[in-house]
Ligand binder design. Structure first.
Ligand SMILES: Cc1ncc(COP(=O)(O)O)c(C=O)c1O
Ligand SMILES: N[C@@H](CCOP(=O)(O)O)C(=O)O
Length: 462
């Protein structure tokens, strides 16, 4: 399997190189040259597999011979061993045709653990072969950061620097990042929003002197392996609800577009998905883009669902690449326009193609809280604000057959918003009960590339 850049100018890589490289050297994102598809019979034969067995089936066609079969099976088993639910991604019924897929039973209580625990294993196995030391820098609006820290803390050959927007993540999210005691973990609170964090991260990748000097690696959904790991749970839900005999739609709370893009890949692999519904909070650039064809930045306002306070939605570039007929130059032109004038118009043919797969909707702040309240009353399910955004949008898009809404975080990560909505303050699991008593270690940093690269070099002694 070979990987190409969405901007068409970077070297073509194999799976292992694409995973260790992160951002392509032309600024684009790696995607598989072609997406392998399963036949209907092959999908039918997956029914009844454990999550780990299914993960092996779904992931291995993308990996080529980078890992031997037994090695990959062992790494997958280790990745999911620490999850707190035997089904890994259990489904709960909310209504006749509506299910919730709980993706928050991993170690840091968000869907990020599904991919991060796996790429933690895959990267360590790759590094053990070469004896290399890498520097991971991640940008987070709250959940990627803690999941990355959990996956890489204490490793001798990895340093982890996490950039998060100062004052714009929940207290639980912040403490998950600032309280680990391992010396290879560095939490950096940046003066800016998540888009600033992600832009500075991409600037670091585009500074080849820095990138090569510190052996920079990325664990955001920039990294194809992150997206790939998330494809598995779409198959898991589809099979549980009758695939390949029955079509399913998914509503996905969306910010950086990585999660829903994994659903798009599952659909290309042959999973019968009717529609993928993009659910945004008040920072609704994706919903506006789908409805008007104009992808235009208007600023980001902090919301009850802070992990989705994003307007430069990184993986939308991967969807655009396909919608534009895999024309790297056309993608580059749109990304240039986004940088220079704050937006772009999606060409008509591309918009038509996107609309054949994706629907979209938004939830205001009031609607988010109201949905937490109403879903608790209707089904007894206490939702986190991100999941509530998606449930609200899923209700509006009923009629697409069986609907699965992704519940992406545990409500205890956002106790203030959940309590405001419902009067209930969800408790953290016992293993995290002392989170608020642990000492925090964090460095405030400016939104400035030079200052960031100097700090990272200094910490690394380079
Ligand atoms: C809890 C939660 N829900 C939803 C999202 C949005 O996912 P994505 O960025 O893959 O669109 C995020 C952030 O990624 C998140 O942390
Ligand atoms: N919501 C995310 C933002 C980063 O997304 P990623 O999927 O690109 O890592 C977060 O919680 O950090």
């Amino acid at each position: 399997m070979r990987y190409i850049s969405t901007r068409g100018q970077a070297p073509i890589l194999g799976f292992g190189e694409a995973m260790m490289t992160g951002l392509a050297r032309d600024g684009g994102l790696y995607v598989p040259e072609r997406v392998p598809a399963f036949t209907r019979e092959e999908i039918a034969a997956m029914a009844g597999l454990s999550y780990e067995e299914l993960a092996f089936k779904v992931i291995s066609p993308f990996i080529g011979d980078f890992f031997a079969e037994d090695e990959l099976k062992g790494l997958i088993a280790k990745a999911y061993a620490g999850f707190g639910h035997a089904a890994r991604a259990p489904l709960k019924q909310l209504g006749t045709d509506h299910f919730l897929m709980e993706l928050f039973h991993g170690p840091t209580l968000a869907f990020k653990d599904f991919a991060m625990q796996l790429i933690g294993q895959l990267m360590q196995a790759a590094l053990a072969r070469t004896g290399e030391r890498i520097t991971i820098v991640g940008a987070t609006s709250g959940d990627t950061g803690s999941a990355a820290i959990e996956a890489f803390r204490g490793l001798a050959n990895v340093d982890v620097f996490i950039l998060f927007p100062h004052g714009r993540v929940s207290e639980v999210q912040r403490r998950q990042m600032t309280t680990p005691v391992e010396s290879n973990v560095h939490a950096l609170a940046l003066e800016g929003d998540f888009d600033d964090c992600q832009s500075r991260l991409k600037d670091m990748f585009n500074d080849f002197d820095f990138r090569d000097g510190v052996r920079l690696a990325g664990v955001n959904s920039i990294n194809w392996a992150r997206v790939l790991a998330q494809v598995v749970y779409y198959f898991h839900a589809g099979l549980a609800l009758g695939a390949p005999g029955r079509k399913v739609s998914f509503t996905v709370p969306t910010g950086n577009f990585g999660d829903i893009f994994a659903g798009y890949i599952a659909r290309k692999m042959g999973l019968p998905i009717e529609r993928l519904v993009i659910a945004t909070n008040q920072n609704d650039i994706l919903d506006r883009a789908m409805k008007t064809g104009e992808y235009r930045m208007t600023g980001v306002d902090p919301s009850y669902s802070p992990s989705m306070d994003i307007q430069i939605s990184s993986n939308f570039e991967r969807a655009l690449f396909d919608a534009l007929g895999r024309d790297g130059a056309a993608v580059q032109a749109l990304m240039d326009s986004l940088k220079q004038s704050g937006g772009f118009t999606i060409p008509a043919e591309a918009l038509k193609m996107l609309r054949e797969t994706f629907l979209s909707g938004r939830a205001s702040e009031e609607e988010t809280l109201a949905t937490i309240r109403s879903e608790l009353a209707a089904s007894g399910e206490l939702l986190c604000p991100h999941s509530a955004v998606a449930v609200k949008v899923a209700h509006e898009n009923a009629g697409q057959g069986m609907m699965v809404t992704l519940a992406t975080a545990h409500p205890a990560k956002f106790p203030d918003a959940v309590e405001k909505a419902s009067g209930l303050r969800p408790a953290l699991p016992p293993r995290m009960a002392d989170l608020f008593g642990r000492e925090e270690r964090v460095t405030r940093v400016p939104n400035d590339l030079g200052a960031l690269t100097s700090l990272i070099r200094e910490r690394l002694g380079k």
